[in-house]
Design a protein around this ligand. Structure first.
Ligand code: SAM
Length: 290
């Protein structure tokens, strides 16, 4: 179709918003709410994501959900090896051609949660850069952070409220915050208001960066026990932590109190107030009792 070149030329001149509308019209589709299709229509947000990702040409980058290619267009310009994983066949099958068939782009049509990261990356180090589908934000983060082949960093767009939850300090901790912070350091790149997407979602968003620790705090073999302990602790929020732990763990109340005291944690504190370091101390004591 001769219009592909015309489209690219036009999209270079026009705004990202125009590119988005033309692509959708060309494909004859409307964005799927069920697949979390809220497309970025402001290039300056994309520039911020690219800048924060510090991509060099020797990098391998996994983009989750390239959609119609708003972010992908800029990712390929970095010269890095881009692997774009898109579940929507209508978008995946036309993406490469739509953005000028770049050599350094591979589009993979599958569910990211079913994807074998090692195969896509040939076991090489990689980054994840994405505007995530919000309905599966946590499973996607876990899919990468709990993977044997972890990314060197993730720069991802998530709902603002989720970003704030993930970045929480002791006092506002949750299972989600602990589940991310035990794997790596989290920081905010920028806030993104809802008007920067088409269609506009109900809530604002934020780009966050997660950098996994060089030395993991937990061995893979310890993760189940650690998260059993954490789930137990957070099972009754706003209660003194000895209560939910005694309720949910197969240990005597005295043992729970002793475990907390030996970890230098006042049993009357609430789970939300514990730092990652305190959870790790508590886990050391817990391990010797199971
Ligand atoms: N990257 C594009 C952008 O910024 O405009 C689109 C982002 S949109 C928020 C999320 C994308 O993820 C959609 O293209 C959607 O089809 C795709 N997606 C949804 N669920 C997915 C899954 N399980 N695996 C891979 N892609 C998925």
């Amino acid at each position: 179709m001769s219009s592909t070149r015309e489209l690219n030329e036009q999209s270079n001149k026009d705004s990202l918003k125009t590119f988005t509308f033309i692509r959708l019209e060309k494909l004859g589709i409307s964005p799927s709410k069920g697949l979390g299709q809220n497309f970025l229509i402001n290039q300056s947000i994309i520039d911020k994501i690219i800048f924060a990702s510090e991509i060099v040409p020797s990098d391998t980058v996994i983009e989750v959900g390239p959609g119609i290619g708003a972010l992908t267009r800029s990712l390929v310009k970095t010269g890095a090896d881009i692997k774009a994983i898109e579940i929507d066949k209508r978008l995946a099958s036309t993406l490469k051609e739509a953005i000028g068939d770049p050599e350094n782009l591979e589009v993979i049509n599958c569910d990211v949660l079913e994807s074998d990261i090692n195969t896509f990356t040939n076991g090489k180090p990689y980054k994840v850069v994405a505007n995530l589908p919000y309905y599966i934000t946590s499973p996607i983060i876990r899919h990468f952070l709990e993977n044997d082949h972890q990314p060197s960093e993730m720069v991802i767009m998530v709902q603002l409220e989720v970003a704030q939850t993930i970045m929480a300090d002791p006092g506002d901790m949750s299972l989600l915050a602990l589940g991310v912070q035990v794997f790596g350091a989290v920081s905010q790149v920028c806030k993104v208001t809802k008007g920067n997407f088409f269609p506009s979602p109900k809530v604002d968003s934020a780009v966050i960066r997660i950098v996994p620790y060089d030395e993991p705090l937990l061995r893979k073999s310890e993760r189940n026990d650690f998260f059993n302990l954490a789930r137990a602790g957070f099972s009754q929020t706003r209660k003194q932590i000895h209560n939910p732990l005694s309720h949910a763990l197969p240990l005597e109340k005295d043992d729970i109190i002793d475990m907390l005291e030996k970890s230098d944690i006042d049993p009357r504190r609430r789970a939300e107030t514990l730092s990652v370091e305190e959870w790790m101390r508590l886990f050391e004591e817990y391990k010797s009792r199971i």
